[in-house]
Ligand binder design. Structure first.
Ligand SMILES: *[C@@H]1O[C@H](CO)[C@@H](O)[C@H](O)[C@H]1NC(C)=O
Ligand SMILES: *[C@@H]1O[C@H](CO)[C@@H](O)[C@H](O)[C@H]1NC(C)=O
Ligand SMILES: *[C@@H]1O[C@H](CO)[C@@H](O)[C@H](O)[C@H]1NC(C)=O
Ligand SMILES: *[C@@H]1O[C@H](CO)[C@@H](O)[C@H](O)[C@H]1NC(C)=O
Ligand SMILES: *[C@@H]1O[C@H](CO)[C@@H](O)[C@H](O)[C@H]1NC(C)=O
Ligand SMILES: *[C@@H]1O[C@H](CO)[C@@H](O)[C@H](O)[C@H]1NC(C)=O
Ligand SMILES: *[C@@H]1O[C@H](CO)[C@@H](O)[C@H](O)[C@H]1NC(C)=O
Length: 479
């Protein structure tokens, strides 16, 4: 987790708790009770009983998810658990919620099967400031007059199925400090009027079908800490005005677009940037040496671009935490020293980076901090056995398509957490030890292993093309 998302997403909770704290569990206003009960009628399935406390004639301020100030409902907060299947609501959002005239905060999160169009009743609530309808099934266009909700300070509509363009009237939501329209099916370009939202701390338009260039909208956004435009079809180079975000930006994710050009030198002036993801684009050229001067960069993902040249040593004193330079045109030869010496690195992905060192010469300061290592498609020789026997927290180790040459029997003390081991296409010899049986995924194909296989759940493809392996799932050993 990056500190940024935690910091940003604390705001709604705090504001909402303020609303709830003055809840007096009083009998609520008849309009509010009627509105809520009519809403309940629009819900067709509630398998986990989210609304089971909503009973006519009981004090509606004490119903679960309902917050009041004196006898008026000011907050409505219903959420499912994103990881539990049985927690959801099916149905539509009844327009009767317009009766909740004092509503300030409206939170419908992870209910999953709430369907229908953008709820029009929101336009009838004069005091509404926070709207989160996230991870539900709303669909259709965003209303052209969405800018009329001008008193909103937070708007989250991520994880629905909204289509069509981002309405240009969104530029009238000038009080917003949080705007999240991610993971929908929005099309068209970013309206330039978004530049007027100069109080924004967080802007997320990721995971849509937006296209065109990223407009020069950032000069006025002097407070923006988090910007996510990943997983769209944006093209062209980075707009110059992103440079204005240098004093404040903590999190920048532009991954999985069609952006091109070089990585701009101005990024090195981002003194608080914690996380930079430019992966899966068409960036080319060398990585500016000045990137070394970013003092707070903990997460860097430049994978799947056309970058080349040396990678500057990041001087951040606490060390890099996650690094992915895979699938570029780098020719690193060794795992860089500044990476190996990082005291905080837990994810290292250097696939196809032209590394030709011996694993025996790699001495990370503390093998226990690694969770994910992927060094596939290099020319690494030697043995990873010492590292694999020491790294107590390792979940995944991939080093396929290298020149590793060691006796697999040396893997005597694998991490109990290890789930994935891929050593395919190397020169690994010896027998397959029983210690691999607890893994979830294993690939030892295309090596020089021999002997009877231990009992495992893995398919034959995990073991094919070795010298003389035998026994289930491969053909039986000759007696
Ligand atoms: C949840 O539902 C999905 C799709 O219906 C299913 O594939 C998955 O196994 C379910 N998970 C659990 C924990 O029931
Ligand atoms: C989602 O809602 C629709 C209509 O209300 C219903 O037919 C369907 O069974 C629901 N799906 C799930 C997974 O509950
Ligand atoms: C923004 O609001 C003003 C005043 O309410 C209105 O005149 C204007 O048309 C709105 N802008 C957009 C783009 O909707
Ligand atoms: C991505 O950009 C390149 C030119 O830089 C263009 O040829 C290609 O069609 C674009 N791809 C998509 C999916 O937009
Ligand atoms: C880097 O980005 C790629 C593609 O966007 C993703 O698959 C990969 O998991 C990311 N790496 C890390 C270390 O998060
Ligand atoms: C395996 O690793 C654990 C934890 O580091 C250690 O205590 C134990 O001695 C090791 N066992 C062997 C056989 O090396
Ligand atoms: C195992 O590795 C080989 C060679 O790298 C690869 O072609 C194959 O797809 C892998 N199989 C599985 C099940 O991952």
């Amino acid at each position: 987790m990056n500190s940024c998302s935690v910091r940003l997403f604390i705001f709604p909770a705090v504001i909402f708790l303020l609303c709830l704290s003055s809840n007096e569990a009083a009998t609520c206003h008849p309009d509010d009770e009627a509105g809520l009960l009519a809403f309940k009628l629009g819900i067709t399935q509630d398998p986990s009983g989210i609304l089971s406390s909503w009973k006519e004639g009981t004090a509606c301020c004490s119903w679960s998810g309902v917050g009041c100030v004196t006898n008026r409902v000011t907050g409505l907060s219903l959420s499912g658990q994103s990881d539990v299947n049985e927690t959801y609501l099916s149905g539509t959002i009844s327009p009767s919620l317009a009766k909740l005239q004092h509503l300030v905060g409206f939170y419908f999160t992870d209910l999953r099967n709430i369907t229908g169009p953008f709820p029009q009743f929101l336009f009838k609530l004069p005091q509404l400031q926070q709207v989160y309808i996230t991870n539900n099934g709303l669909s259709g266009p965003l209303p052209a007059n969405i800018g009329a909700l001008s008193q909103l300070v937070e708007l989250g509509l991520d994880g629905n199925r909204f289509t069509g363009p981002i309405p240009s009237s969104i530029s009238n939501l000038t009080r917003l400090f949080q705007l999240n329209l991610g993971n929908n099916m929005l099309t068209g370009t970013i309206p330039v009027g978004i530049a007027k939202l100069n109080l924004l701390l967080s802007l997320n338009l990721g995971g849509n079908r937006l296209s065109g260039t990223i407009p020069d909208i950032f000069k006025s956004m002097t407070k923006l800490q988090s910007l996510t435009l990943s997983r769209n079809g944006f093209s062209g180079s980075l707009p110059r005005s992103i440079a204005s975000l240098k004093p404040v930006l903590l999190f920048l994710d532009l991954s999985q677009n069609n952006l091109s050009g070089t990585i701009p030198i101005f990024l090195s002036n981002f003194k608080v940037l914690d996380s930079l993801d430019l992966s899966r684009n068409r960036f080319s050229g060398v990585v500016p040496t000045t990137l070394a001067n970013m003092p707070k960069l903990f997460h860097l993902n430049l994978s799947h671009n056309f970058l080349n040249g040396p990678v500057p040593a990041l001087k951040n004193v606490d060390g890099i935490a996650t690094l992915d330079l895979s699938y570029n045109r780098f020719n690193l030869r060794t795992i860089p020293k500044w990476v190996t010496s990082s005291p905080s690195i837990y994810s290292l992905k250097l696939v196809k980076c032209g590394i030709s060192m011996s694993f025996d010469h790699w001495n990370p300061v503390n093998p226990n901090i690694y969770y994910y290592v992927d060094l596939s498609e290099n020319e690494i020789s030697g043995s990873p056995a010492r590292f694999l026997n020491q790294a107590r927290n390792l979940y995944e180790f991939q080093a396929s398509r290298n020149k590793l040459r060691f006796d697999l029997g040396e893997l005597t003390n694998l991490s109990e957490r290890l789930e994935l081991l891929d050593l395919s296409k190397n020169m690994v010899f010896g027998k397959v030890p029983t210690t691999v049986a607890t893994l979830q995924k294993l690939n030892l194909s295309y090596n020089h292993l021999c002997g009877k296989l231990p009992v495992t759940k893995f398919p034959a493809s995990a073991f094919v093309s070795n010298d003389c392996l035998c026994g289930s799932p491969l053909p039986p050993c000759k007696a």
